[in-house]
Ligand binder design. Sequence first.
Ligand SMILES: Cc1cc2nc3c(=O)[nH]c(=O)nc-3n(C[C@H](O)[C@H](O)[C@H](O)COP(=O)(O)O)c2cc1C
Length: 193
Amino acid sequence: MLPKNPEHYNEISIIYEIIWKNLIEGVNDRNSDFHTFALATTNNDKVSVRTIVLRDCNKKDLYISFHTNNTSKKIKEIKKNPNVECLFYSKNEKIQIRISGIAKIFNDDHICHKIWKNLKQDARNCYLIDKKSGSLINSPADVHQEHNNEVSKNFSLININIKKIEWLYLSSSGHRRVSFNEHNLFKGNWIVP
Ligand SMILES: Cc1cc2nc3c(=O)[nH]c(=O)nc-3n(C[C@H](O)[C@H](O)[C@H](O)COP(=O)(O)O)c2cc1C
């Protein structure tokens, strides 16, 4: 017998709701498959991709966000080209979500200060180091922790304003693929899987 497909398998409007349910779970549940995603950026004709923790999402204002070090390579890349793509994949749910959008950097402003207040010390420590992200060192011991109670200028929030969400579900009884974008007012269109 073929495995049962989810109830939203053929309902675009329900698929959209499930996408946001998945993203909200990803923000709140560190065990969710949607807690991390791969972020792709470009630098002229080169591409970089790396794992990122999903920190927030907002269906009404259409954004997802993450925290990063302001000295990291991705910041330079986003400043040059804010077009990014985010890839989520859940093996359990057999769902791939690709989010394309425009990244906006927040640094050393009241939003960063507010988030910093709620960060645990472990998380803060990632930004309280005396070396730039990605710089060459002779040994891991060359990186020193700074003991500072002030908001680190290395801490940045990145909001990705969503332009397109593509959802793909693979099933032995027929794959399903939908594009939600500005042109279809995020109501969705079926596309060939
Ligand atoms: C599970 C996991 C979660 C990560 N989460 C983040 C994150 O939320 N923000 C971040 O900047 N880097 C995160 N990283 C590190 C990045 O993958 C990457 O190595 C780092 O940001 C440097 O990237 P860049 O030099 O391309 O800017 C994470 C790595 C792993 C393995």
